[in-house]
Structures are given as C-alpha cells and as structure tokens.
Ligand binder design. Sequence first.
Ligand SMILES: [Zn+2]
Ligand SMILES: [Zn+2]
Ligand SMILES: [Zn+2]
Length: 760
Amino acid sequence: MKSDEIVARKLTVNGIVQGVGFRPHIYQLAHSHQVMGEIANTSSGVFIHVEGSPKNIDRFCRSLPSGLPPLAQITDIVETQDTVRGLDDFSILPSTAGLMRSTLISPDVSVCDDCLKELFDPADRRFRYPFINCTNCGPRYTIIDDIPYDRCNTSMKNFIMCGPCQSEYDDPRNRRFHAQPNACSACGPRVALHGPDGGLISCENPIEQAARYLKQGKILAIKGLGGFHLSVDALNTPAVERLRRRKHREEKPLAVMSMNLETILDFARIASEEKALLTSFRCPIVLLNKKKPFLLSDAVSPRNVTIGVMLPYTPLHYLLLNQGFTALVMTSGNMSEEPIAIDNDDAFARLSGMADYFLVHDRRIYLRSDDSLVRHVADSDRLIRRSRGVVPVPVFLRRPLPPVLACGAELKNTVCLTSGNRAFLSQHIGDLENSATYDFFCMTIEHIKRILDITPQVLACDMHPDYLSTRYALEQQLSGINLVQVQHHHAHIVSCMAENRIDGKLIGIAFDGTGYGADGTLWGGEFLIADETSFGRAAHLAYIPMPGGAAAIREPWRMAASYLFMVFGEKMLDIDLPMFRKIDAKKLIFVQDMIVKGVNCPRTSSMGRLCDAVAAMIGIRYTVAYEGQAALELEMMADDGESGSYPFEWVSEDGYQILPHQIIQGVVCDIEKHVSPAVISARFHQTIIRMATALCRVIRQDSSLNRVALSGGVFQNAILLKGLIRELSADRFEVFSHSLVPTNDGGISLGQAVCAAYEL
Ligand SMILES: [Zn+2]
Ligand SMILES: [Zn+2]
Ligand SMILES: [Zn+2]
C-alpha cells in the first residue's frame, strides 16, 4: 500500500471496556477490516490507533459500536485524526499499572453458553469442571481486591495457570484471552464437602454427594459467587420448614433455583419480559406468578401469589441441579438480618447450627454480593435489590458531579460513590442495626473507594440522628470533609430523577414506610415540589400517632387502632371488627390510653402505615414477621376485577393535608357489610390511586408543573405503581419511576449523593 493512500485515526472509548473481552474483539475487528494499529488502556479510557485505507478505516469505525462482547458497554467514543506511523500489524499493548484505574469493572456474569457446552462435553478438557469461565462469563466484582483488574489483584492470584490454560490466556484469538479467573481441574479451584462440624468428608464427587444429601431432605450450605446459600429441596416441606426454623425466617418468601425455563413452567408463569430477565447474564431472582395448584412446597412462599425464581448462574449450580431437582431453595447463607457468609471458616462458624453439610470451594470471595431481585411491572423491569450481576455498573448521570460518598439509609442500606457522570451504587448491604452488617458497610466503603479509585470530597447522609449511616458520616466529618444531610424523601425523589436523567422542579410523590421529616416527625405520605437543591411539601397524609413507635411497625393492629381512634374516638370499640376479637381488650385500652395521653406516640404521615392499618382492620395481619409484610399481603389478596373506591378529602393546611376519615369509614362500613377482604383491598388501592391523581391535578394548577416522579418503598406495590402510572399518564402528566435503582431505601444513597453535590 502506498503511504499517500493511508489515513490514521485515534479513538478514545469509554464505558465498560475492561475485563470484558473488548480488546480481543477490537483485535479481530481490525483484522477483518484490514486496518493496522494498536489498542491500549489509558487513564482516560481505551485508546485505539488505526491506520489503513480511508474506506477500511470508515468501515472499522462504523462497525465498532455494534456486535460488542456481551458485557461491554460503550458510553462514548471520541474520534480524532492521527498521524500515520506506517504500522504493519494490529497489536494489543500490555496494560500499565496505574494508568487504567478509571476504567469500569464488570459485574459478575452467569456462565455463558459456550462454557456450558464445554461443561457437559465429555470430550472437553474441562468436562464437569465447576469453575469453567471465559472472557464473556465468570466472577469479576466479587474477586477483585484492587485495581488494575489483573489476576494478581484477584482471588485467583494463588492459582498458577497450567500450560494449556496459560496459552489460552495469552492468545488474543482465544475466548479466554486475559480471562483473569481462567482455570481448569489441573490448576484451578476445587470443591469439597464438609460435615456439620466443618470436618472434611472424603468422597469421590462432592457435588453428587451433596445432591444425595439434598434428596434426603438435608440442609446444605453452598458456596456460590457472592456468598453462601442455604439450600434444600423445594418439594420437601419438612426440609423447608426446618430451614425456616433454623434460620429464624418464619414467613418471608424464599427464592428457588431451577435448571431451565421448562422446569420453571411446571410451577410458575413466565411472560416474555420475565424470560428475558431470567436468561440475562445478570441472572437475577425474578418474581413470577405462581401456577395453581402449586407444585413446590407451600412453605417456600406462603400467602404469596408470587415466587422468586432464578436460573443457575455458576457451573457448580448447573452440575448440582443436573442431578435431577425440580427446584432448590437457594436462600442467603445467614441468620436473618446478618450479612451472608463468604468465607469457609466463617460459614462453618456462623452456619453450623443451620446447615447439615457444606459444599465449599477454595476460590475466595473478596466482596459479598447477594442475589439481585427484580419484578417486571408496568412495562419495566424494577430492581428491588440491586446486587450480584448488576453492581458495579454505574448509573450514568445527566451531569458530571464532584466525588461524593453517600451513606444511605438504615434498612436495605446501599452506599453510593460518584465520579464524573457516574454514580456507583454499592451492592445491597442490609440492615445496619445488626453489628455484623454495620462492619460490612464500613468494609464495603473502603473496598469500593479502592477499586473505583475515588476519594470523596463531600459526604452525604440522612437527617435521622439515630441511623448508623448518619453516625458514620458524622464521625468522618470530624476529619474535615464537608457533610450534607439530606431529607429522606427528598433523596427518594432525587434518586428517581437521577436515574431518569432529568433535572429541574417537578412533583415528587414519596410513598414510603418511614423517614425522618424536616419537622422531626416521621414522614412517608408526601407530595413534594422538588429539584436537586431544595424541596417544599405540597401535600401530605395527616399526622397520626404511632402507638409504641417501632412496635407499631411490628404490630400493624396498633396503627389500625390509631386510625380508628382518630376517626371514631372512644366509640371505636363499639365497631364489630374481626380485629377486636383477636386482640386482647386490655392491650387495646392500653394503646388507646397511650394515644390520648400522647405517651410514646411519635407522629407519622406514612403511607406504609396506612396500608398496614387497613390490612389489620380487614383481618389480614395483626403482627408481621418481616418489614412490609402486612402491606404486601394486602396487595397480594386484592380482587383485580373490582374497580370501586372510597371517597377521600383534603384540607388546605400546611400545604394540602389528606384526611383519612372517609377512607377509614368506607373500609369499616364494608367490613360491617361483610364485603370480602379481597374487594376491600382492591377498593382501598383504587382510592389511593384516585386520591393521588386528583391531588397531582390540584398541585399542577397551583405550580404549573406537569412532571411527576414516583419513589419510596410503597411503590414496590405493583397495584399502586401500575395504577398511578396509568391514571397520571391518562391525565397527560409525564411520569417517572424507578427501574435500575430500587424504589425502596436501597435507592436512597443515589439521591443523597446528587443532592449533596448540587448543594455544593
Ligand atoms: Zn464463558
Ligand atoms: Zn489449567
Ligand atoms: Zn424510605
């Protein structure tokens, strides 16, 4: 080729382009388009220099963004002219430590089809090897200890590759080129089976032996990708019940894992969007509607119309399920509320009272990551728990922000670090009041600061003085970093705005459990007029006493009593309610007394508590075994053929104050008429949807705002979310809701980070 026919171009590519097979992909692309050049990781992204005929260069550049390896995600490409160097090959330059710190790290990825084929191919050298992986699949985030993402900085550092593995690793044309966890049975991690006391059980095939134990109804602790699972055969009711007793998880639904979609169809319905979720490389737990009669044990997901299901995501899971199970319960390996065990010795210690046997391996997990949980509602996938398979993919923001560390809420905690236009939400951390979870919170902050190479200049936290995340932030502030405290529901709304990449003033509906209000009361039924810098309260549910404080969250009948007292006064006990026959009269009088005297009765405007109260009044649930149970069961039982509703009202006072009287009277009147709880539940949900839509119309008239953001834990309720999106859209509102980020307190840290950055 004559040099005057040759042009050169430089491309700088940003996004998830490291450890995902991006460079070999470009290498092959360059060869197929006959262009010369080189590719390298630099501190400002992946840098590509290409030279060749103008036609070939154009073709190369045009085809670059398409046909990417499954994990790669390009956020931007900057293209400039470059000087021709007369190269006669295309080469991958070695990565330089320290230069590639800003490149994004991939999440953990479920085993790919190519690896699965090899796993079950008797002729393959990795036949039945439980840690088979390649550039397109396998562990990432959970095995990284430091950056750059090279084998020496992962928990694979102790496994020296054998000859065949090393040559795959070195060959740019191989699927395992630079696949850091590359291994085989000769050189890589191994499985082992241990007894209840941690002693090694010698056996020919630990996975087959584990399967035999499961079939006998034993409880197995199984080390996975982001931590241990506790597992039993999902058809075996006594085994499931024994697991619940030992784990102190009496009623909360348990997730299951099945070999393939056909098997899942034996016990659950799968819509096409749900199929896409189940089979995606993220491989989350997907909430599916159960089929009736339900094939699995009813103890798996009692009093619930849905069941959480996932497909296997590691080769080990495939080998286990291949032993012939319809479904295995796969619940996190912990005592309720503790963080999941990730370390073998830690598992032997903490899970010894729960598991009969341990199926472990010797590849260390550096950072625990629970299974992600998602539900498809109102035409979108809604992440309820954002963890394995998703983290650390950032939320891409509308504008670049300074580096902020947001410490999140108390329950379902996540933290968030920002850098430029990226917001990195951590994996699900959990409920901080548990001390082991708090340690995990502190450790995660240090770990992700290190692997993302971000030094925060600003701290953000909730306004609640007793949240441990707030206290943590206050302690860090002592070292001189600026701290911004963000009101809980303001953070919820801004979180929704951030993930939808919108800014400016809008109407924010925050329907929530409880969050600390700007006036010191507990908010949660809020209509805010908000942007990133400030908010005003346009409307809220009228305050009501929460008799006993936190006890009223655990015992929804207290909220029912409080609402009934507000509406009927002392005459409430004359009403013929099933609840009054179930709750000790002395307790009722005692609670009534607390309300009258205002003793230990914090005031709340929470929508979650109103749902709890209605659930108790109609006799669904007087006490709960886990957060949100009463409201969830209220949702689950609603009659979807019913379209009636109750009257509602508000007064102009402190913005608009929504009075619950007519709603409660409507519910009580229906109970007295023996209307079924399913119909009452449906009418109650319709009432909230109509009331909120009507209020938005009034607020639009006052403020000329036409955009509405929906956030807060109550929007996990599919009826309310679907209904409000439908009604508001029909009224020509522009409606925004959560999809990538949890609507519950797991999404709070994102809103905190954005608010704090704007405040500065
Ligand atoms: Zn693979
Ligand atoms: Zn090997
Ligand atoms: Zn909240």
